[in-house]
Design a protein around this ligand. Sequence first.
Ligand code: PLP
Length: 376
Amino acid sequence: MRRSFIREILDYIKQDTISFAGGLPNADLFPTKKLEEASNVIMNDNSYLQYSSSNGYDKLRQSIANIYTNDGFKTSKENILITSGSQQALDLISRYYSNKSITIEKPSYLGAMNVFKLNNMNIDAINMNSYNYSLDIFDKSIKKTKLAYLIPDFQNPTGYTYSKEQREFIINSILKNNAVLIEDSPYSELYFEKKFKNISSSIPNNSYHLGSFSKVLAPGLRVGYIRASKELIEPLIAYKEAMDLHTNNISQYILYEYLKNNNEFENHKNTIRKVYKKKSQIFQSYLDEILPEFIYTKPKGGMFIYGRLNHINTSVLINNCIKKGVVFVPGNEFYLNSNNQNEIRFNFTHTSSKDVYKGLHIIKKEIQKIKQCNTL
Ligand SMILES: Cc1ncc(COP(=O)(O)O)c(C=O)c1O
């Protein structure tokens, strides 16, 4: 099994490295003061220090269920399982389906591919995230696998967002084939213009909807959740119990306290959306100015800009750029068979505009050097 390139790179990044690599939220936006206030409240009652339920803190489950219901997706707390980040949700579900087959997007989130492989799943990766996708291929694949893993909103790595037509096709295909969808949605709230309707609400008995507080609040809390029917949630609880008994209580209690003030969370999300939209626009304008040969799709939200540099092996390019203090993720990392040469994923949320400008110029220089070598 490959270690995640991104996590390895995090180990090597120095103070002055310009990083377009990780899916890191912008630390300036963490609601530090409000989370501190929430922590002070929970310290008044020591019940968070005790063991608790494997399903998660009941009051937090209810708060999350309310968020779904207010959004038009009727949910009760019995439909919610709290997890240690959505990474654990992926692990729990794939343990339950170990040795089974699964349809995934190509390219896809490396952390998910790794847990599917660890659980010995038979993976069918198909093209779903570019504008030349074929829905018939999805239909054919799901007919065999009966299980799909998709990231329909602002995908990691491509930033791609499913069209209405694509969502409707998937709903019909899942129902027709009596299949199950794992809809991973850590970025869905980070939209620039409008929110997209999740697929799971149209197939509530055939879906796991995965959410996380990592991208909208703070990843260090390590709190995520699965929204599914009681029948689908029930068998996962035994796996959760076996893995870690329950998610860290301190984080769960702080989150519950923070979410009590619904306006605060809404205002916070609005701020992030505005800042990320601006950062994405700045990144794109610098890309167009400095690397016009980089062909990319404009994201409608999320954290990533993905594209390709024809005739440049981006795995070679990254090795040269690391030495010059700039990092990004070569597309190769997001494919099962590592056969993609020219693609790059840039994160635009984390780095200052000044460093984006500087970093892209360094990459440009390294591209020119590779081109010169190629023509010698
Ligand atoms: C698509 C996707 N799913 C899941 C995760 C895991 O997030 P967390 O465990 O922090 O909730 C990530 C993290 O980058 C991701 O990009």
